[in-house]
Write a protein that binds this ligand. Structure first.
Ligand SMILES: NC(=O)NCCC(=O)O
Ligand SMILES: [Zn+2]
Ligand SMILES: [Zn+2]
Length: 469
């Protein structure tokens, strides 16, 4: 048995901050102690003076090696989880993918195969059901039994992942039966495809047209429709990558009526805009391709950023995930140089989520406790991993981050660890920074040095959401 004592730090939980020492035995937290408690012996003592001692981050939305638009997202489970560790994220929930005509079991086994033995930190899976039919609905039950308790459906991407309203209703009914959670990509993909085709026919092929042809209204409409379908099915629903005031308003209304409606947003929707990023100047305006993602970035002339920060504060937005789906600019984003519809959709950011959300603490948008809650505790509870993950408490996994509020860094592709040749957050100055990261009791990052090993990360079978029981 190995004992580690973390001393002199301030332990932050979803309910507040308190000076405590933390005693770890092997992979688990065994005690929180009053500072300076005498008579504790440990093999290693970690001095956490001046740092916040927080539960390891949980990124509930990543796509490693995702096949999309004729290519694959550029982080493997090895590179992506290492980058996550650098950024203080000790668990990811990645999306295994089933598409129409393919077997759910085989599709999931492919994902187990991609991740097994590769990961720096722990990982779990949601399952994308891209082909809702009798066979996939039946297999949802097997997946829940093996710890995959949430399923993503798409109201966008017709012909790829899209489900129609009937399919959505059936999957929601099945989720209700199983106690599982449906994650929804809520954009009206049928209408978007019409707008995109019309834009392309007018010669409007630059990246900014990706955003213009995916108006916030069509995210709001799809969010409204999904909520109605969920209510009819008697199922909870969780909206992924919520980007707009319109969609948030639907979530706020449903929650005020007492329904089990939840949502996440992502750093790109809190910081980046349609005009400044997706419409970035440069050769043909094509630099904007770096910022093509769906839902798209929203206009700076509206109130999306303000509303999303407010939603995070009020818990109408429960979680910040990244939707980490990186593609290199060269050769990958460039696939759409002549037509925005061919740009692979996605932004990488798994490394920066804890830092970017912490800036909300610095500016006074969020409390320290809320930072921990949105980035670690609620993801654990929402997705059935609490109290193993998402909290520093006796019995929980010793996934612990020492976060130094005095650190200063600047985000850059030159220094990040994601397999991307650019950063969507290039030049962002970050107040605060990760000092030490422990994954199940093992230090995997210390003062910028990676000390982890490929294969340390284990699959985490999940239970049902704590929000639904
Ligand atoms: N979000 C995005 O642009 N790419 C990843 C796939 C998805 O989450 O819809
Ligand atoms: Zn999506
Ligand atoms: Zn995604």
């Amino acid at each position: 048995m190995t004992r580690t004592l973390i001393t002199n730090g301030t332990v932050v939980s979803a309910t507040g901050a308190i000076a405590h020492d933390v005693l770890v035995e092997d992979e688990k937290v065994v005690a929180l102690l009053a500072p300076g408690t005498q008579g504790i012996t440990a093999d290693t003592t970690v001095d956490a003076t001046g740092t916040y001692v927080v539960p390891g981050g949980i990124d509930a939305h990543t796509h490693m090696e995702l096949p999309f638009g004729g290519t694959f997202s550029s982080d493997t489970f090895e590179t992506g989880t290492r980058a996550a560790a650098y950024g203080g994220t000790t668990t990811i929930i990645d999306f295994a993918v089933q598409t129409a005509g393919n077997d759910v079991r085989e599709s999931l086994d492919t994902w187990y195969g991609k991740a097994e033995g590769e990961c720096a930190v722990d990982y779990a899976f949601h399952m994308i059901i891209g082909g809702v039919d009798d066979a996939s609905l039946k297999l949802m039950g097997d997946l829940v039994a093996e710890g995959i308790t949430s399923f993503k459906l798409f109201m966008a991407y017709p012909g790829v992942f899209y489900s129609d309203d009937g399919q959505i209703l059936r999957a929601m009914q099945r989720a209700a039966e199983l106690g599982a959670l449906i994650s929804m990509h809520a954009e009206n993909g049928i209408a978007i495809d019409v707008l995109a085709e019309q834009a392309a026919a007018r010669g409007e092929t630059a990246p900014i047209h990706h955003g213009i042809t995916r108006p916030a209204r069509l995210e709001g409409e799809a969010t409204h429709r999904a909520i109605q379908l969920a209510l009819v099915a008697g199922a909870p629903v969780y909206f992924v990558h919520l980007s707009s005031s319109e969609a948030l308003a639907e979530v706020v209304r449903a929650r005020a009526e007492g329904h089990n409606v939840f949502a996440e947003t992502c750093p790109q929707y809190l910081y980046l805009t349609l005009e400044d990023h997706l419409g970035a100047p440069g050769e043909d305006g094509f630099e904007g391709a770096k910022y093509v993602c769906s839902s798209p970035l929203r206009s700076k002339h509206e109130h999306h950023h303000r509303d999303l920060w407010r939603g995070l504060r009020t818990n109408d937005l429960a979680i910040v995930a990244t939707d980490h789906c990186p593609f290199c600019f060269k050769d990958q984003k460039e696939l759409g140089r002549d037509d925005f519809r061919l740009i692979p959709n996605g932004i990488g950011g798994v490394e920066h989520r804890m830092d970017l959300v912490y800036q909300g603490v610095v500016t006074g948008e969020l409390s320290l406790a809320r930072w921990v809650e949105t980035c670690a505790t609620t993801p654990a509870r929402m997705f059935g991993m609490y109290p193993k993950k998402g909290v520093i408490a006796p019995g929980s996994d010793a996934d612990i981050v020492l976060y130094d509020p005095q650190a200063r860094t600047t985000i850059s592709a030159a220094t990040h660890h994601m397999a991307m040749d650019y950063s969507a957050y290039e030049g962002f100055e970050i107040a605060g920074g990760v000092r030490t990261v422990m994954s199940r009791g093992t230090v995997v990052v210390d003062r910028g040095q990676y000390l982890g090993t490929k294969g340390h990360g284990r699959f985490v079978p999940r239970g049902l959401s704590s929000y639904l029981r």
